[in-house]
Design a protein around this ligand. Structure first.
Ligand SMILES: [Zn+2]
Length: 115
């Protein structure tokens, strides 16, 4: 079967294990993959940092209560957290580093800071 270069679509001639038509195509392909994954990591870190700051702002005294609306208003993104902690009673806390939150009834959240 004729293989094609994943970068430019040219047919590949030469050794059977050759993946790209040229060094230039291999380099630009790999650079793009690396750049994308770096962007992904940077964007994720930014989201986590923002979430952390919001929790820190809302919870200056280690323990408080807030509403979902307030978190969302500040730009909190519930898809980003660093760990989950489940108590023996099966209560699930979500943590962004050492700032945690626990969903309560009625769209409220308990905020806790872990030392
Ligand atoms: Zn190529």
């Amino acid at each position: 079967m004729q293989k094609q270069c994943p970068e430019c679509g040219e047919k590949i001639v030469g050794r059977i294990d050759k993946k790209f038509c040229s060094d230039a195509c291999r380099n630009s392909f790999n650079n793009r993959i690396n750049k994308d994954s770096k962007n992904l990591i940077r964007n994720t870190n930014n989201r986590l940092r923002k979430n952390y700051r919001i929790l820190e702002d809302l919870n200056p005294d280690k323990k408080t209560k807030t509403s979902r609306a307030k978190l969302i208003e500040k730009g909190f993104d519930f898809n980003y957290f660093t760990s989950i902690y489940t108590t023996k009673a099966a209560t699930v806390y979500y943590f962004v580093y050492n700032q945690g939150y626990l969903p309560l009834e009625g769209d409220y959240y308990a905020l806790v800071k872990r030392e």
